[in-house]
Design a protein around this ligand. Structure first.
Ligand SMILES: [Zn+2]
Length: 111
């Protein structure tokens, strides 16, 4: 059960120590947007906890952890969920338009 193992990582004295060390390493700033977090930031697993086990990574390994503010952490978590469930958007193909290059050159020269 992935949910239980997540809880067992977070609810330990060891995680509290790692969390403090992470905050300190990041100077209490989010490692993504650099905003000041104090101790209110969150320890984020670069390789997700679910994949840690599969890849043999210690979930407390500082090299696999980054300190994020709540909003960056939420964005990352959502992005990961999104990646899992949504197929990649199809690459849009441009219709070749005759004279496009000449047009682009002309407007660049005009600027
Ligand atoms: Zn941030």
């Amino acid at each position: 059960m992935p949910h239980q193992s997540e809880k067992s990582t977070i609810n330990t004295a060891r995680w509290q120590r790692v969390r403090r060390a992470l905050a300190l390493r990041a100077n209490f700033r989010c490692e993504c947007c650099n905003c000041f977090t104090g101790m209110a930031g969150q320890g984020d697993h670069i390789v997700s906890r679910a994949n840690c086990a599969a890849q043999g990574i210690d979930p407390f390994d500082m090299r696999n952890l980054q300190w994020l503010c709540a909003s960056c952490h939420a964005k990352r978590t959502n992005a990961e969920r999104f990646k899992k469930h949504e197929p990649k958007p199809k690459q849009r193909r441009r219709t070749p338009v005759k004279g496009r290059d000449a047009f682009l050159t002309a407007i660049q020269a005009a600027q």
